[in-house]
Design a protein around this ligand. Sequence first.
Ligand SMILES: [Mn+2]
Length: 246
Amino acid sequence: MVALRSPAMFISDLHLKSEDDVHTRILLRFLREEAPGAGRLFVLGDLFEAYVGDDDGDPLLAVVADALHALAAMDVEIAFVHGNRDFLLGKAFADRANMLLLPDPCVIDLAGKPVLLSHGDRYCTDDREYMRWRAQMRDRDWQSGFLGQPLAARKAFAERARAASAEHQKDLSAGISDVNAATVEGELRLFGIDTLIHGHTHRPACHQHDLGGSMARRWVLSDWRGHGEALVADERGTLSRVSLFA
Ligand SMILES: [Mn+2]
């Protein structure tokens, strides 16, 4: 397999569960064979299905950190935006993987044009209960209190949170769990940017938004579902989807 030549690649929502997960195998092959052709690799959150702290001894973390580190050693810049599953991924893991932690949202330059990046859950403002939960999880004091608990207690909490989230999702209409268009458009106007790339919703698409006089494009990354997917930019910044296999 020849590495794809690209200034930037984007992936999100791998939801890796274990070292022998098929998606972990796909990621490791992608990082070894295709991603070395990228100038930059952006991981837009939910790399892991659950993440309770950098001190977790799960071999999955070591395997992924080592593979990212090997890619970074091939002169690929790696950057990470937190998802709602792995928002506790901290500096220790980032250093081990040799990747940069970016704020959500953030602006990058792609072929001379600004592009806004986000995990995407910040735009799901119709789901009020989720937004309240999100605000708590992203609170620094809550996070340091949580990280001070024993690993087993943190894992038990993550398990309960996942079950509660699945229960909550079940009762939501499709519209409520998706992004709110006005929230997206307000932010694009605020930044003065016409391209947004995000994940989270697991509804891969490329949407057009009317910002009142100008049009913007919103790329939604695919979750990994049996196969993987990367959004790959060419030298002119044109984006296309590439399927990834083990
Ligand atoms: Mn998510």
